[in-house]
Design a protein around this ligand. Structure first.
Ligand code: BES
Ligand code: MN
Ligand code: ZN
Length: 497
């Protein structure tokens, strides 16, 4: 995390070179209006109570979400006005995009102050700002032009102060996941991923982490993980992290337990069913699910999540080495079911079969898996929306609602019994592919569903939104870590209900 955020009282504004305020777009024709709050400070800064109509017209500033007006004549400090769209129905996502717009327009000023209204959602502001400032510069000789180093959020509201801190914690978890995903695949093999996760999680309140090596994976009969790992010289790992709340919530006399499972393919070459060169260029991203569930659990203590959480990440490369699993091979997964491998590039469902079996054995209240699972999900919903599957409508609704609040949109997909035969195998209990060209994301989800027993389950196929093709708003080109903020919001929501 490169941007530091400090919440300050209005009288501690200091010598910052940029002061930003928000504005709402007019309802109909007319001038954008400044958002209220801190009138004394505004007077001191010489901020107009109304924007100058001529200036707005000249600059084409309508107060649209993310639009920035640099007030003419303001020098020390320069005043930036940031659009939030129309005042009615302004949601968290607009505050995120507003904060991101400030970060992206403040250039190399070093520091800026943002004057916020007393009812501003601090978490959204912090997320938008920190994530817009995210850069992955580890491998550059010269760092990319950075955004700001420090943002002062100016308010006298304790609520804003508290929510801002929560937003910083969530954004920091997202940055950790993005760093893992952006790291080149030969610098983040399964062993290195497990080490990084261990380092991140060790010493966090209520949190423990355990790593299974190849021998343990074999002793525990994780046949899917072993089958995929056979083609690589890198041994697989299984990471299990556990979080126990200090101050648990009880629902119907017990503390809910949520298990998160993340697909951790540190590089997906396709195996013997080799991908094309183009298809492989982004496949370091294929451990996003693992990064996301591990990042999520790493923030649970600081956010005082009230439920028990377990994160399980089966981690391996998918490579076509001499011992690789071959199309036609059959293996037995952790829960005893056999799977015929007809396409070695459909490897995610094989490692998840074991991860979900382990999850179901814990008899939790909910299982949620996160996976860059199918190209078909990208075809169906594009890069902005995640395909959401599940067996329990309440859980699905809850996840979708958390996604909407986090600005991580999800669209519900069906799990039709009628398609069960898509994964019928000639020789085994099931095969790892559906029918060519038909319902690829559903076929994958139907296979996963066979490993969760009767535990309420939701499945997030993030193949589309896991990466962004450009840097804009609070996304940076490359890893997005889409899902971390949804899961944190979901886990936090148990305290409210
Ligand atoms: N990791 C890929 C899915 C993927 C594709 C993620 C594009 C992000 C962008 C997955 O392992 C895969 O290769 N799936 C195959 C399954 C097929 C062989 C049944 C796919 O979607 O083509
Ligand atoms: Mn694959
Ligand atoms: Zn994959």
């Amino acid at each position: 995390m490169s941007l530091s955020i400090e919440v300050v009282e209005p009288d501690r504004l200091g010598e910052t070179p940029i002061v930003a305020v928000f504005a709402f777009a007019a309802r109909g024709e007319g001038n954008p209006t400044l958002a209220p709050g801190l009138p004394a400070l505004r007077a001191e800064l010489g901020l107009p109570s109304e924007l100058d109509a001529a200036e707005c017209a000249r600059e084409g500033f309508h107060g649209k979400v993310g639009q920035v007006l640099k007030l003419a004549g303001s020098v020390d400090p320069r005043i930036f006005v940031i659009g939030l769209g129309k005042a009615d129905g302004v949601d968290a996502e607009r505050w995120r995009r507003g904060a991101a717009a400030l970060i992206r327009s403040a250039g190399e000023a070093g520091e800026a102050a943002l004057v916020v209204p007393p009812d501003a959602p601090g978490a959204a502001l912090a997320e938008g700002a920190v994530l817009a400032a995210y850069r992955f510069d580890t491998y550059r000789s010269k760092p990319s032009p950075s955004a700001l180093g420090r943002l002062l959020i100016v308010t006298d509201s304790d609520a804003v102060r508290e929510t801002t801190q929560a937003g910083v914690v969530a954004a920091d978890a997202v940055c950790f996941a993005r760093d893992l995903v952006n790291t080149p695949p030969s610098d983040l093999n399964p062993t290195q991923l497990a080490d990084q996760a261990t380092e991140r999680l060790t010493g966090r309140a209520g949190t423990t982490v355990e790593v299974w090596d190849a021998d343990k994976v074999e002793a525990e009969r994780l046949g899917g993980l072993l089958a995929v790992a056979r083609g690589s010289v890198q041994p697989p790992r299984l990471v299990i992290a556990r979080y126990e709340p200090a101050d648990p919530v009880e629902i119907d006399g017990r503390v809910p337990h949520v298990v998160l499972v993340g697909k951790g393919i540190t590089f997906d070459s396709g195996g013997l069913s080799l991908k094309t060169p183009d298809g492989m260029t982004t496949m370091k991203t294929d451990m996003s699910g693992a990064a996301i569930v591990l990042a999520t659990i790493s923030a649970c203590g600081e956010l005082d999540v009230g439920v028990k959480v377990t994160a399980i990440a089966p981690v391996t490369e998918n490579m076509p080495g001499p011992n690789a699993v071959k199309p036609g091979d059959v293996f037995r997964a952790r829960n005893g079911a056999t799977i015929e491998v007809l396409n070695t590039d459909a490897e995610g469902r094989l490692v998840l079969a074991d991860g979900l079996s382990l999850a179901a054995e814990l008899e939790p209240d909910a299982i949620i898996d996160v996976a860059t699972l199918t190209g078909a999900a990208v075809v169906a919903l594009g890069r902005g929306i995640c395909a959401l599957f599940g067996t329990d409508q309440d859980l699905i609704d809850r996840v979708r609602q958390a996604g909407a609040s986090a600005g991580e949109p999800m669209w519900p997909m069906p799990l039709p019994d009628e398609y069960a035969d898509h994964i019928d195998s000639e020789v085994a209990d099931m095969k790892n592919m559906g029918k060519a060209g038909e319902a690829g994301s559903i076929a994958a989800a139907l296979l996963l569903a066979r490993f969760v027993g009767d535990v309420p389950w939701a499945h997030l196929d993030i193949a589309g939104p896991a990466r962004s093709g450009e840097s804009s708003g609070y996304l940076t080109k490359g890893a997005t870590a889409f899902g971390v903020r949804t899961l944190l919001g979901l886990l936090a929501s148990y305290r409210q209900s």
